[in-house]
Design a protein around this ligand. Structure first.
Ligand code: SF4
Ligand SMILES: [Zn+2]
Ligand SMILES: [Zn+2]
Length: 310
């Protein structure tokens, strides 16, 4: 049995990221890292009304648990995209978690808000699932977060390293400038700061924490997650990490050092206006969510005419 690497600890190690650690030292180390991120970047304060974007998965459940433990005043916000066999199961876990921990839960769904579920939309438009899903999800999160002062998400270090590389590869440096422990466009009047308490935690650390804490959640993946650019970047980074341990941490650590300069350089390029249809943030006249909804409605009308003819 490998022993815990902390001095004077005789317990067996349960995880080895930078050193072997026993359960209690890993948990206290993980929580200290999250608390230090919150403190250093001023992510949340006692006065905040916090809403946590929850999926019922390990990352957002960890954020929900810790913010509720430390700040108390939290609400969970869940979006049901309509992915049978996946989201219904994770939302069931989230409902039980919230009820056990007495945390209020707000829910919303694509079907209610837009008139179609994600799977129904994907049968109508030829688009990568995560492209439309991410757009509609952000839209509903923004709407659901009104009245709160912080929206906390479960983004971890792996997610951020992927986003940094994706934006560089797509030459979207202006979008990269909106990343960081606090993200979004601060100049917008409707802006509710998005904060990422797990910013410096590796995905495997979050998974270990959620497992060891016994949150009672499933560790399943969205069936669409493998068909995205992000999935290719994730696999690439995981392969690189095997060869050069610490690569992901170095990407994020050095990106954070560059971020103030990036924000300064791209401050004038936010290009944010408000959608003429729904009033939410948009980079043009109509936001991406309303454009998707419009093309889906047009496609539905064509399908209906086609069915009516035969
Ligand atoms: S993996 Fe893609 S399709 Fe699945 S929930 Fe996430 S954004 Fe939506
Ligand atoms: Zn120990
Ligand atoms: Zn809109």
């Amino acid at each position: 049995m490998v022993k815990c690497g902390r001095s004077n600890c005789a317990e067996g190690a349960v995880i080895n990221v930078t050193q072997p650690l026993c359960k209690s030292h890993f948990i206290s180390g993980f929580e200290s890292k999250v608390a230090a991120t919150i403190g250093k970047y001023g992510l949340v304060s006692e006065k905040d009304r916090i809403i946590v974007a929850c999926s019922g998965g390990k990352d957002s459940t960890t954020v929900l648990y810790l913010l509720n433990k430390w700040f108390g005043n939290v609400t969970a916000l869940a979006i049901d995209e309509g992915i049978p066999g996946y989201r219904n199961a994770t939302l069931e876990d989230l409902r039980s978690f919230c009820s056990r921990n007495k945390i209020p839960l707000k829910t919303s769904s694509y079907k209610q808000a837009f008139g179609f579920s994600l799977d129904e939309a994907l049968r109508r438009v030829a688009v990568l699932p995560c492209n439309i899903c991410g757009t509609l999800r952000r839209h509903l999160l923004n709407r659901g977060a009104r009245g709160f002062t912080r929206i906390a998400t479960g983004h971890n270090l792996d997610d951020e390293a992927q986003s940094v590389l994706m934006n560089i590869m797509k030459s979207n440096i202006g979008l990269a400038a909106r990343l960081g422990p606090v993200s979004g466009v601060a100049a917008d009047v409707k802006f509710v700061p998005r904060v990422k308490p797990l910013y410096f935690c590796l995905e495997k650390e979050v998974a270990a924490y959620a497992f060891l804490m016994g949150f009672g959640i499933r560790f399943n993946e969205c069936p669409h997650s493998h068909i995205s650019f992000r999935a290719s970047v994730r696999d690439f980074l995981n392969g690189l990490e095997q060869e050069m341990p610490g690569s992901k941490q170095n990407i994020v650590k050095n990106f954070v050092r560059l971020l103030p300069k990036l924000k300064e350089a791209y401050a004038a390029e936010t290009g944010i206006s408000h959608c003429t249809v729904c009033g939410e943030q948009a980079s043009g006249e109509v936001c991406k969510a309303c454009s998707y909804v419009d093309s889906l409605k047009k496609q539905a009308a064509i399908d209906w005419q086609h069915t009516a003819k035969f």
